[in-house]
Design a protein around this ligand. Structure first.
Ligand code: 13P
Length: 294
């Protein structure tokens, strides 16, 4: 299949109460490992790139890898730009072939966040690209956006309703107490807040800060409307640790063997998440329903 917008994938996932995994891949191999993981279990999947990753490789190689890897797969695949504050950069990604983008104007006052997010939603709609926007501030560090956990603030349900009614988002990311990176203690998830938003907002919701959450937290959030779950830090750790462990355990200086270990470990770990999120078997079962949301 060719790459597609995440909008119909997530609309169907929310209706059926499962989530599509969105994994921050960093290079050709990690993209390939995540796609293989999804293909093996017939799951729709989102490959996300950070702005840093796009700047590192350039737009064209990433789109070329994605097209080459996804075109013969029988599963729906979206290429998504994670947290981006810069509308021009978002436009460059839309022009280059990203099928979904996130505007993160959450550090701005509400009205400004709304205005910028609406502008991106308008551009996304014109290009058939799904748009994600955030309200409240998610703690931790992602994409060089550092939000002190004490300063992170939760999304206000009233504002969430107005925000989502004001534009057609593929997915809405309310801050609900999760954080990017490694949790320092037990994360305090505001399930009541999530429930209040979910009751009044029919837009699929995104769960950020997936690394380190328990199975139970994932399941509760998905039951409350989270149809997109983001995993980044865990993949990055496996990316580095797999090679370091391979070498410590007497690995020879044979890069392809080391890459094989890295590939297998990323694939297995991300596939475990996909299964937990309930997306296994959903690609062929739900694809015919996407047309309702295009
Ligand atoms: P983690 O780095 O905690 O997995 O969060 C990922 C994320 O939400 C990316 O936007």
């Amino acid at each position: 299949m060719s790459l597609m917008s995440m909008k119909p994938m997530l609309a169907v996932a929310r209706e059926k109460q499962y989530a599509v995994g969105a994994f921050n891949a960093v290079d050709y191999l990690s993209i390939k490992a995540v796609l293989k993981a999804a293909e093996e279990i017939d799951a729709p999947v989102i490959i996300q790139t950070s702005v840093k990753t796009v700047k590192f490789w350039g737009h064209a190689p990433i789109v070329a890898w994605m097209k080459e890897l996804a075109q013969d797969l029988p599963i729906p695949v979206a290429l998504h730009l994670d947290h981006c504050k810069d509308v021009d950069f978002i436009q460059q990604c839309i022009d280059a072939g990203w099928t979904s983008v996130m505007i993160d104007a959450s550090s701005l006052p509400y009205e400004q966040n709304l205005t910028v997010s609406q502008e991106v939603a308008r551009r996304g709609a014109a290009a058939g690209v799904g748009v994600e926007a955030e309200l409240g501030e998610i703690g931790g560090v992602e994409e060089d956006i550092a939000v002190d956990e004490a300063e992170a603030h939760l999304a206000d349900p009233e504002k969430a309703v107005r925000f989502c009614q004001a534009m057609d988002l593929a997915v809405f990311a309310p801050a609900i107490g999760t954080a990017h990176g490694i949790y320092k203690g037990e994360p305090k998830i505001a399930f009541d807040r999530l429930e209040a938003i979910s009751r009044r907002v029919s837009t699929p919701l995104a769960l950020h800060g997936g690394t380190g959450l328990s199975d139970e937290v994932f399941k509760r959030c998905i039951a409350l409307g989270c149809a997109k779950v983001n995993i980044s830090t865990e993949l990055k750790h496996i990316f580095i640790d797999s090679i370091a462990d391979y070498q410590r355990q007497g690995g020879v200086y044979e890069p392809l063997k080391a890459l094989e270990v890295q590939y297998d470990q990323i694939k297995q770990a991300m596939q475990k998440h996909m299964i937990l999120f309930g997306s296994e078997g959903r690609a062929s079962r739900d694809r015919q329903e996407y047309a309702r949301f295009l």
